[in-house]
Design a protein around this ligand. Sequence first.
Ligand code: NDP
Length: 330
Amino acid sequence: SKVLVTGANGYIAVWVVRRLLEQGYVVRGTVRSAAKGEHVKKLFGEYGAKFEVVVVEDIGKDGAFDDAVKGIDAIEHVASPFHYNAQDPSDLIQPAVKGTTGILQSALKYGSDVRRVVITSSTAAVMDPFDAPKVFTEADWAQKPIDDVERDGKSAPKFSWYRASKTLAEKAAWEFVRKNKESMKWDLVTLNPPYVYGPTIHEISSPDELNTSQADLYTTLLKGKDEQALATQGGSWIDVRDLARAHVLVLEKEAASWERIIVSAGPFKFQDFVDAANAVGVYPADRLTKGVPGAGKKPDVVHMIQYDNSKAKRVLGIDEYISMEECVKG
Ligand code: NDP
């Protein structure tokens, strides 16, 4: 069957496209300009007519995806701005929300073959920092970033702009299906991954062009944070190849219908990635930071935010995740 993948030139989406093609799907990818489609066309050239690229210039425009959804059996909506060089929160929120409701609207109007729409949401739409360690589940929704942006506008922290964009977009998706369920021939699933790390195969000409999550990790590994920061800062993570696998599984599992699914390999401190990178031996040792080996695994290390990934296991059958060593090896 034929799957539409939006933002097909992005870090995660290229892996989604690759896994879909490997599993025998036919893929149509959207990019913002013909030039941005060149690299992926080359990358997947061996698949011939099984991979095509269409240009959707502005995902925030009414009817942007009307043509793109025609003849499509399933949609993976991955495109959304994840960067910190916006001028205003609306630069992130508008394309995130409008891109999401827009593609759902197009699917409703013109996607007569569409049976499932998958949206790449984020744990950014799940968690709010809490004053004690907490394990978040799919029942949790972020609220703080929305309040921050409403109250402080541009002075709100930039991470709140991004978190607000993801939360509002996912909320808008669920609201859309609540209102339109009667006339829909498809169901909705959201995937909520934490930080995504692992090999980059989309087009970048220098490390400056790495996507946001990989840029964070790369900077940390090479230039380092101080020892204290390495041992105390972190989050939860998943390898990009596991996330791509989840994007394929979600199309194949009936039980995924209408589910919001957290896909997370587990919590980390940056020191853990530093240790993994030093252990795999593929980088010149003098380029990597060292920190204090093992400091991320000491018994007194606290992970304030963790995620329950049992639904991914139950619904998608994901019970093993790529290790940190495999992740940094690339
Ligand atoms: P990238 O920046 O590599 O890819 C983002 C994609 O979205 C690109 O194709 C980009 O197009 C497109 N895009 C961004 N803004 C717009 C816009 N205004 N109009 C049209 N297209 C746009 O990021 P990732 O691959 O990391 O992110 C992909 C998805 O995964 C996003 O939805 C993100 O929120 C989500 N996610 C990412 C995580 C991570 O750690 N990386 C964690 C959790 C969720 P162009 O190249 O032309 O700018």
